[in-house]
Design a protein around this ligand. Sequence first.
Ligand SMILES: NC(=O)c1ccc[n+]([C@@H]2O[C@H](COP(=O)([O-])OP(=O)(O)OC[C@H]3O[C@@H](n4cnc5c(N)ncnc54)[C@H](OP(=O)(O)O)[C@@H]3O)[C@@H](O)[C@H]2O)c1
Length: 245
Amino acid sequence: MKRFGLIGFPLTHSFSKKYFSSKFEKENIKDCAYENYEIPGIEQFTSILKNNPELIGLNVTIPYKQQVLPFLDILDVSAEFVGAVNVIKVGSDKKLKGYNSDYYGFLESLKRMLPENYNGIKALILGTGGAAKAVEGALKTLKIQYQYVSRQKTDILSYDQLSKEIIEDHKLIINTSPLGMFPKIDTCPDINYTFIGKGHFLFDLVYNPEITLFMQKGMNQRATVKNGLEMLHLQAEEAWKIWNS
Ligand SMILES: NC(=O)c1ccc[n+]([C@@H]2O[C@H](COP(=O)([O-])OP(=O)(O)OC[C@H]3O[C@@H](n4cnc5c(N)ncnc54)[C@H](OP(=O)(O)O)[C@@H]3O)[C@@H](O)[C@H]2O)c1
């Protein structure tokens, strides 16, 4: 039996177990199981590995994407770039290698959204958490200039500094905050949406609901919009590729 799993806390709303269990069934993948390992502290990570010697791949979610780093033997460039890990591969020698598949998922999904001539486009990243780091890594890879926007960090843009000029100058706006996510679907980032126009691209990492209020407000201004569902599937498939490589 090949075992895969997810570490995090809490894991009540996790996507991965449902995704992989249904993938194994739909694609008739035999001898594979995916389990949730809800651990209240990262110190329990070692005992998860010890008690499950058949584990060959793990996903990592909140709050351990950075806390798990000292337990790993080697980092893939994606994880080095982002400074956080959401996929671990257990080698045949039991060495642990960390990757960041959110980075790959966002990079690919963004590339599919942008037109070929996106050169020179500038981006605003709304929020400064873990997901924002994967977004930042992907923007660096695509050589897209970006600025962070935060509610509370003093050295970067705040929401009330987002003037007409700044919004018009940044045609790509990425919501990496949880605003708008079910069940609080009537919330969205606090920007002046009337400054958004047809040439804007609004990418929301939130994937439930399918059309978030952030996206709806962009659509009302005729902007191109995208939610985080494709990114979510792409990062899961990237994890599968990593574990099977
Ligand atoms: N589609 C995908 O594959 C994918 C992958 C990863 C994450 N996500 C989604 O991305 C979102 C963020 O994930 P995360 O792990 O980065 O979460 P997080 O660390 O909890 O939050 C991200 C940042 O959003 C800002 N923020 C938080 N609450 C806010 C509020 N009430 N109002 C305004 N800003 C707020 C904060 O930045 P400041 O304090 O600096 O403002 C925070 O650092 C979640 O909805 C998650 O489900 C999607």
